[in-house]
Write a protein that binds this ligand. Structure first.
Ligand code: HEM
Length: 278
């Protein structure tokens, strides 16, 4: 199982950027066909919810399509050959996104601010793309407690300094009450998640986002990819027996604003009780 960044240290807001090896840029796994089919169905039924683009994001999007296509033919030739012919009437970012499991977001520098200029996001973690398109990094992250005070300036600076030669990746994680990848409804504060009976470990999911950032050489835009993984807590424990104990010490000190933001108000105590017994 990939990416279990819970080591028992108290959770804190941080960028946590690591250098990305571009040969490992995009990840394909056994759920490829399922995820791409879900993306196609969402694009067919609710396109306005999962795709948005401004004219200034077009050049970067074309570059993304070329990079994704080249990456798949270099790294995964069998998969690249099996892909259906791509509909050239579609926006290039949609064409690229329908061939990978990642969500794709293009950021463009406009008047000194990095703004979201084009995005195909089928698997948002409780946010609405329509509310984010055209907004700056700080605008996008407005609902995140302490983002501005703790990591806002450093994130802006990271974007300004990002180079073509040194792409990066990072992880975000949370606990959710559903395994659905498509979660477009923003968290209704203060109490979002509910455990509706049954075994906690089978009814709560450990949801991670593996995010990559790479500067695009021609347009100068930045591509942000989000790959979402989710597993029931029980499955994570089977993979990593320390997870249960570590989770307690990692979430124990999370402050109330973040607990509300994550939607954990109703489940935090149950989670702690469960983790401490383990
Ligand atoms: C180094 C870059 C970035 C950092 C450090 C960062 C950090 C974060 C953090 C800590 C959260 C809260 C997640 C949670 O605790 O569950 C978050 C949420 C979010 N991030 Fe980022 N982020 C980065 C880049 C981006 C980019 C480029 C986008 C562009 C689409 C983006 C879109 C979002 C959205 C939409 C949310 C949810 C906000 C909401 O609840 O309305 N992030 N980010």
């Amino acid at each position: 199982m990939k990416y279990v960044p819970v080591d028992g240290k108290p959770e804190r807001l941080q960028i946590g950027a690591r250098v990305l090896d571009l040969t490992q840029w995009l990840e394909v796994d056994v759920h490829y066909a399922r995820d791409v089919a879900e993306k196609r169905a969402l694009m067919a039924t609710v396109p306005g919810q999962v795709f948005a683009a401004l004219p200034c994001g077009l050049k970067g999007s074309e570059e993304v399509l070329a990079l994704v296509t080249a990456h798949l033919s270099d790294r995964l030739p069998a998969l690249a050959e099996s892909l259906p012919a791509n509909d050239s009437n579609q926006h290039p970012l949609v064409r690229a996104a329908l061939t990978v499991q990642e969500d794709l977001c293009v950021m463009s520098l406009v008047d000194g601010e990095w703004i979201l200029s084009a995005a195909s996001v089928c698997f948002p973690n409780r946010w609405d793309l329509r509310a984010k398109i055209g907004r700056s990094l700080s605008g996008i992250h407005e609902p995140v407690p302490d983002y501005a005070a703790k990591i806002g300036a450093a994130t802006n600076s990271l974007f300004h300094k990002l180079t073509v030669e040194r792409p990066i990746w990072r992880l975000n994680w949370t606990i959710m009450d559903s395994p659905a990848l498509h979660q477009p409804v923003p968290v209704p504060l203060p109490d979002a998640l509910r455990l509706t009976g049954g075994d906690l470990a089978e009814n709560l999911w450990f949801r991670r986002e593996r995010q990559t950032l790479r500067k695009l050489p021609q347009s100068g835009d930045i591509l942000f990819t989000i790959r979402t993984y989710t597993d029931a807590l029980a499955a994570v424990v089977r993979h990593d027996p320390d997870f249960r104990r570590n989770l307690a010490s990692t979430i124990a000190e999370v402050d109330q604003a973040m607990v509300y933001y994550k939607g954990w108000a109703n489940i935090k105590q149950q989670l702690l009780d469960w983790s401490r017994v383990g």
